[in-house]
Design a protein around this ligand. Structure first.
Ligand code: ZN
Length: 223
């Protein structure tokens, strides 16, 4: 169920009578190459949260559409500081608990939020790409396929191959991974803002990835 379908006082009664689990999706507002909208992370995590909620009988709260994306500067990003994001989430968690909602899932859709979300206590927190086998990317094959499956805003004609780790040593990949997460580091590694190759992305692959992620997340949440 989506928060837009909930009414007070019925919802309060529901919380009293039965334990409710809520999901708070967290996204970002940042460049995703020339072919994906800057809302991509938020769009994907919102869709996954909604599918997970349907499968498990959870409630989805509105997505936090901003995240920690300073690594993309000077390419477009609208960022909030990690501490601020942590405080926003802690405030929401506290408020939910005051309202008797004690089962809370934070679902993350952006790599730069990982560190902060991992420090939250008394909630379950997951980054969705850990629930799929395929190696994740940024505006590459995986993310573009996911967007093709859920959005009509993908401009495939503008999709260009970006940085890939093919042929690099493990040590070199580690160095590049680290550089790409520092402030302004991402475009130093991936000049066109793309990590991976989106040119072969398909809607069908996106649907496969979505099904895999939701299946694995549901298993984790219900265990
Ligand atoms: Zn993304």
């Amino acid at each position: 169920m989506d928060a837009s379908e909930l009414y007070d006082p019925e919802f309060r009664k529901l919380i009293k009578s039965k334990k409710q689990t809520v999901i708070i999706p967290v996204g970002s507002l940042e460049q995703h190459g020339a072919h994906l909208p800057i809302t991509t992370d938020s769009d994907i995590v919102t869709e996954i949260a909604s599918r997970l909620a349907k499968k498990c009988g959870f409630i989805v709260l509105p997505t936090i559409n901003y995240g920690v994306s300073y690594e993309h500067s000077p390419l477009f990003n609208t960022s909030i500081d990690g501490k601020v994001l942590g405080n926003i989430l802690m405030n929401i968690i506290h408020s939910l608990k005051e309202n008797n909602v004690n089962s809370i899932i934070i679902l993350n859709g952006h790599h730069g939020n990982d560190k902060i979300i991992g420090t939250l206590r008394s909630v379950s927190s997951y980054s969705y790409w850990h629930f799929m086998k395929h190696e994740f990317d940024h505006a590459g094959f995986v993310e573009t396929s996911l967007m093709l499956a859920i959005s009509d805003k993908v401009k495939m004609k503008k999709a260009k191959k970006g940085f890939t780790t093919k042929g690099l040593s493990e040590k070199e990949i580690q160095r590049i991974n680290k550089l790409s997460t520092q402030q302004g580091g991402f475009p130093k590694v991936a000049k066109n803002g793309v990590w991976g190759d989106p040119t072969k992305a398909t809607k069908k692959d996106g649907e496969k990835f979505l099904a895999e992620i939701v299946r694995n997340l549901a298993k984790e949440c219900q265990s």
